[in-house]
Design a protein around this ligand. Structure first.
Ligand SMILES: Cc1cc2nc3c(=O)[nH]c(=O)nc-3n(C[C@H](O)[C@H](O)[C@H](O)COP(=O)(O)OP(=O)(O)OC[C@H]3O[C@@H](n4cnc5c(N)ncnc54)[C@H](O)[C@@H]3O)c2cc1C
Length: 485
């Protein structure tokens, strides 16, 4: 009897066995499977995200080992490495889950063409989002520009398809000699390390498919019922913290969706909070829709009038912001949380982004790049869309004149200063009322608690009122705006 030709399952940012449509289809082919990963210099990211994806890949490799298989890791660009693998294994088909970013899309188109020219079939499947970007459209067949209309359309659609379980037993294809040689080479590649100062990330983010599900269960059991009330409170920290797991594909958006919907079926009283949470998951899809239709989302203003914005880009101010040394406690707390753990609460992300772009008049792209380097959930669609949202340059964005006051935000969302005390310990002995405005503290009190403004903690780097006025004037003077007026 002829041995069946193997098929290749190509993993990238979908490091899970359950609800992995491409893996499931590879398994369903009934042919032996080669589980492969390409260390691709064109798509690899430095920084915390590089480290995190590395962890996720190692966790997947460990799970495959438990099943008697090995993740075949090779180095090269995807369009070259995958056809080479197909040749080495005489593979019949290659399976992957789709990508939506411009480099990923271009690579996959090229890889597919080469494979098909070699006589190899390609199956690309939807494994990353709730809905493919082109399936949610306006009546006239256009992509939605506004989230609320997009979300309404999604809620009118059938829910995302049911999840598929992990294949019970995978049959792994034997490796020819050439595959061993490629794998040996890949093992000599330098490891991805965490960026300087981000050591807390290791303990904060346990990394496996099982950990992702534990996180989801814990959120459903303890926190989803108060999501709407507490999601803006960094001191409570009760959001799901699933973003790194979704980013690495340790869990699918569909699994999260159905787990939450199932919880609503059992406990009707959580419905309202659960839907608020699901709408946030919707924002993730919406970000991918924007990236799909605007491949330059991370580099170009979606509203072209901002092309004339005279950003000041003062290096000293940018550095103070990056290091959490602005003199505004909530901003500094957020930037230090990011620096040390690779993650920041969403409300604080909004505050620090507004502060950088508006009070410090710094181009949002500088913030986007810094976040991309430091976040363990750094995502090409979500990061770029949110920066454009905060800066007012996006299509469905917070308007430029909506300038968050970092003191007001702090008093409202961290009323007792618990979040600030965690990340800015030099302020921890200030009374609740003063922790948002340390510069108002009596000098005698400062001496008593060892706080020396300008030495142990900076004076505010800008005057909020003045900076706000300058930001508004710059916007008003944009040539395109003046034509409108
Ligand atoms: C300037 C800025 C940059 C951001 N960069 C990223 C990024 O690189 N990667 C990233 O995953 N998120 C990003 N976000 C969105 C959001 O801050 C995080 O997804 C959220 O804080 C993650 O925490 P959580 O998992 O506890 O969220 P939850 O509140 O529990 O939400 C559940 C999931 O919904 C999605 N989600 C929530 N809020 C948003 C949002 N505003 N936009 C898109 N998706 C959302 C995330 O996948 C999240 O895991 C950014 C937000 C801002 C303001």
């Amino acid at each position: 009897m002829l041995t069946p030709r193997p098929v290749i399952m190509l993993f990238r940012d979908d490091f899970r066995l359950a609800d992995n449509p491409a893996l499931n289809a590879a398994h369903a082919s009934g042919q032996p499977v080669v589980c492969a990963f390409v260390h691709d210099p064109d798509t690899q990211r430095p920084g915390a995200i590089g480290w995190w994806l590395n962890q996720a890949r190692s966790a997947l490799a460990a799970t495959l080992r438990e099943q008697g298989g090995t993740l075949l890791e090779v180095e090269g660009t995807t369009p070259e490495a995958v056809p080479q693998l197909a040749k080495i294994f005489n593979a019949e088909t290659v399976f992957w889950n789709r990508r939506y970013d411009p480099t990923g899309k271009a690579q996959d188109t090229q890889t597919k063409a080469t494979l098909e020219a070699q006589g190899v079939c390609v199956h690309s499947l939807p494994g990353r989002l709730l809905h493919e970007p082109w399936t949610v459209q306006t009546g006239s067949g256009q992509p939605y520009k506004v989230f609320t209309a997009w979300w309404r359309a999604v809620r009118d659609m059938p829910p995302p398809g049911r999840c598929v379980s992990a294949p019970r037993t995978l049959t792994f294809a034997p490796w020819p000699k050439a595959a061993h040689a490629l794998a040996e080479h890949a093992h000599t590649l330098p490891p991805h390390t965490l960026p300087e100062g981000a050591n807390a990330a290791e303990q904060d983010w346990p990394c496996s498919e099982a950990d992702a599900h534990d996180m989801l269960q814990e959120f459903i059991e303890n926190n989803v019922a108060r999501y709407s009330q507490e999601r803006d409170r960094p001191d409570k920290d009760t959001t799901s913290r699933l973003s790194p797991y979704l980013r690495a594909g340790l869990i699918s958006a569909r699994q999260v969706w159905h787990a939450v919907e199932d919880a609503v079926q059992k406990h009707g009283h959580i419905a309202e909070n659960a839907w608020t949470f699901l709408s946030e998951l919707g924002w993730r899809d919406f970000a991918y829709t924007q990236l799909f239709y605007h491949p330059t989302l991370a580099t170009e203003n979606l509203r072209p009038e901002f092309n004339d914005m005279p950003w000041q880009n003062t290096q000293k101010l940018l550095h103070a912001w990056q290091q959490g040394q602005t003199g505004y406690p909530l901003v500094d707390a957020g930037m230090r949380q990011l620096y040390q753990t690779g993650w920041m609460h969403n409300r604080v992300r909004m505050v620090v982004a507004s502060f950088l772009t508006k009070h410090l008049l710094t181009d949002w792209r500088k913030g986007e790049v810094w976040f991309h380097n430091r976040l363990v959930d750094a995502d090409p669609a979500q990061n770029a869309m949110n920066w454009q949202w905060c800066a007012g340059t996006g299509i469905d964005a917070s308007p430029w004149f909506r300038i968050f006051n970092p003191v007001g935000q702090s008093e409202k969302f961290d009323p007792t200063g618990a979040y600030i005390r965690t990340w800015v310990p030099e302020l921890r002995h200030l009374p609740d009322k003063l922790i948002h405005t340390p510069w108002k503290a009596d000098p005698a009190l400062c001496r008593q608690i060892g706080l020396h403004l300008g030495k142990t903690y900076p004076h505010p780097i800008v005057d909020l009122k003045e900076a706000r006025a300058v930001a508004l004037a710059h916007y008003k003077n944009l040539p395109a705006r003046q034509k409108e007026d």
